[in-house]
Design a binder for this molecule. Structure first.
Ligand code: ATP
Ligand code: MG
Length: 311
């Protein structure tokens, strides 16, 4: 199933929250929608789900305009950012909801609910009530509820937002497998998640798309400095400078002496997976290094290490 969004505009409370959005999600593709808080990601997902009417533009599924088709008739599996669980039902009944609506027979239902709960790591939680669950557990119930009906199209709004650590890594892998043959719109503010799960990534800023590309292209050729920073490039250098006319990126490593551009280390901070270093190369240049250089140490960079940004 393909989804197409054309010229989509959403106005809320008098403000234009989304403007001129054109996107296609191909059959079986996972499109990650990445952007900072307030950029319009949930609004986009809710418009596709059928919960918000566009002030302009269309959403189509396999070429069929979905305007006027109620959310529950669209057949999409949806995980909302707010989970939207039924507080008065237990975990099993929450997960079974979509199956009941589809008149799946009870024994079959029970089996599928158990499998869906096991998938999200909540085996044995079936009889618990929602108010006894942690945030991450609720989120996984919401995920199980969307997955159990095996929808052709999945709309996921920060489905792992309340989950961290090893469980997040495992669920991300599981989601990767689950979405492989499905058409999916995967909303996140987490660049690692977007680059890992997306066949393509749409980058949203202030209600507009700034880039739509496969993860590798987006990572190696971000359209501008803002995108490079938001994607998590540790070494973004801007305002022209010694390398090129216009902004550029310096990759992860500082190369040994003998490179073309020299400088002196002026600051270094431990950053978990490495060191955030500032060197004076005529202007301050920040970069990431795996080992700590000494303040005052000479460093140099080769010009080949510099990636020009388009535009
Ligand atoms: N009903 C509304 N009335 C007015 N403004 C709204 C309404 N709903 C959302 N907005 C605004 O639209 C913008 C986009 O909101 P949205 O929830 O889509 O952002 P988001 O990218 O999902 O952010 P987050 O990462 O925090 O979830 C925000 O500035 C928000 O305040
Ligand atoms: Mg949101």
């Amino acid at each position: 199933m393909t989804l197409a969004i054309n010229g989509l505009e959403i106005t809320l409370g008098g403000a234009t929250v989304l403007d001129g959005i054109d996107l296609r999600v191909e059959d079986g593709e996972t499109l990650a929608v990445l952007g900072p808080s307030g950029s319009g990601k949930s609004t986009l997902l809710r418009a596709v789900a059928g919960l918000l009417a566009p002030s302009a533009g269309t959403v189509t599924r396999d070429g069929e305009d979905l305007a006027g088709l109620a959310a529950h008739r669209r057949g999409f599996g949806v995980v909302f950012q707010s989970y939207a669980l039924f507080e008065h039902l237990d975990v099993s009944d929450n997960v079974a909801y979509g199956l009941r609506m589809r008149d799946v027979p009870k024994p079959d239902r029970r089996e599928r609910v158990v499998a869906a709960l096991a998938l999200v790591g909540l085996g044995g939680y079936g009889a618990r009530t929602i108010d006894t669950l942690s945030g991450g557990e609720r989120q996984r119930v919401a995920l199980a509820r969307a997955l159990v009906v095996e929808p052709e199209v999945l709309l996921l709004d920060e489905p792992l937002g309340a989950i961290d650590g090893a469980l997040k890594g495992r669920l991300l892998e599981d989601l990767g497998r689950i979405t492989v043959d499905r058409t999916a719109l995967y909303v996140t503010h987490d660049h690692d998640e977007a680059l890992t799960i997306g066949d393509r990534v749409a980058l949203l800023r202030d209600g507009r798309l700034v880039a739509v590309d496969d993860p590798e292209t987006l990572w190696t050729r971000p359209p501008d400095v803002w995108s490079a920073r938001f994607l998590g490039h540790p070494n973004v250098y801007e305002d022209g400078g010694p390398f090129a006319d216009g902004p550029c990126l310096v990759p992860e490593r500082a190369v040994g002496v003998g490179g073309a551009i020299g400088g002196t280390v002026t600051d270094r901070r431990f950053a978990g997976d490495g060191w955030q270093v500032t060197a004076d190369v005529g202007v301050p240049l920040r970069y990431r290094a795996s080992t700590a250089p000494a303040i005052g140490e000479s460093v140099s960079f080769t010009v080949e290490d510099v990636v020009d940004l388009a535009g």
